[in-house]
Write a protein that binds this ligand. Structure first.
Ligand SMILES: [Zn+2]
Length: 235
């Protein structure tokens, strides 16, 4: 039987390259999702700062509302002041008024501090937004390069596959099914070159008699240890 070792070796090389490209292509969706995730993460800081700003504004409005309440109270005391009849009442109302004024003072201090904080937060928003947008641009560029690479790989795989299709008719059916069988069992490597008297895949020593048969290339010889198709490869 004619054995076309050259074609088998070429088939093996093509299959290895196709496998490598397939692994890359299989990872594409995960890699793209990872890039999108990174973009999203870079905007999380912005969201946090914006939430902080919303919270700050609410707190300020609450404080302003409290000031209004206190002012209404103050107004009420002032009106009462004009109608008091006793000294005790008068003193007690003045005391109440002083208390309200103190509370208003404290609330207004709180408002000022919220306003100052708002300035800081607004700066944070601007800075983080700028950073996130820069990161996004960079990541989108990365994605673009990756997609181009991906396209090139897809094209290359198609070319290799069509090369493979052309090769198959030149390989005897029995040898092809043997190759595929071993290919499946041995993680995509069906052939093993023998150099230095060893099976290069499993490192077992090959008997000299077998080496002679390999050099003669008249039959298919499988490695006794790993079961792969052996072929002689001179150094
Ligand atoms: Zn072996």
């Amino acid at each position: 039987m004619d054995i076309n070792f050259g074609s088998l070796i070429k088939l093996q090389k093509l299959d290895e390259e196709i496998k490598k490209l397939s692994i890359f292509l299989e990872n594409v969706p995960a890699r793209l999702a990872e890039i999108d995730n990174k973009i999203e993460t870079s905007f999380k800081v912005v969201t946090i700062a914006k939430d902080k700003f919303t919270h700050n504004q609410k707190k300020r409005r609450d404080l302003e509302g409290e000031v209004q309440d206190q002012k209404i109270k103050m107004e009420k005391y002032r009106k009462q002041l004009s109608g008091v009849k006793t000294n005790i009442e008068y003193t007690s109302l003045l005391k109440e008024l002083a208390g309200v004024e103190r509370i208003i003072g404290q609330l207004e201090e709180g408002i000022i501090s919220e306003m100052l904080e708002a300035d800081d937060i607004e700066n944070d928003i601007k800075t983080s937004e700028k950073k996130a947008n820069e990161a996004k641009q960079q990541l989108l560029k990365e994605k673009d390069v990756y997609l181009q690479e991906n396209q090139a790989n897809e094209k290359e795989r198609e070319e290799l596959q069509s090369e493979r299709e052309k090769l198959i008719p030149g390989i005897h059916d029995d040898q092809m099914s043997l190759y595929l069988n071993i290919f499946r069992k041995n993680f995509g490597i069906a052939l093993s070159p023998v150099t230095d008297d060893f099976c290069s895949m499993c490192q077992i020593r090959i008997r000299p008699q077998v080496i002679n048969e390999l050099i003669a290339q008249n039959s298919i010889i499988l490695c006794e240890n790993c079961g792969r198709i052996l072929y002689w490869k001179s150094k």
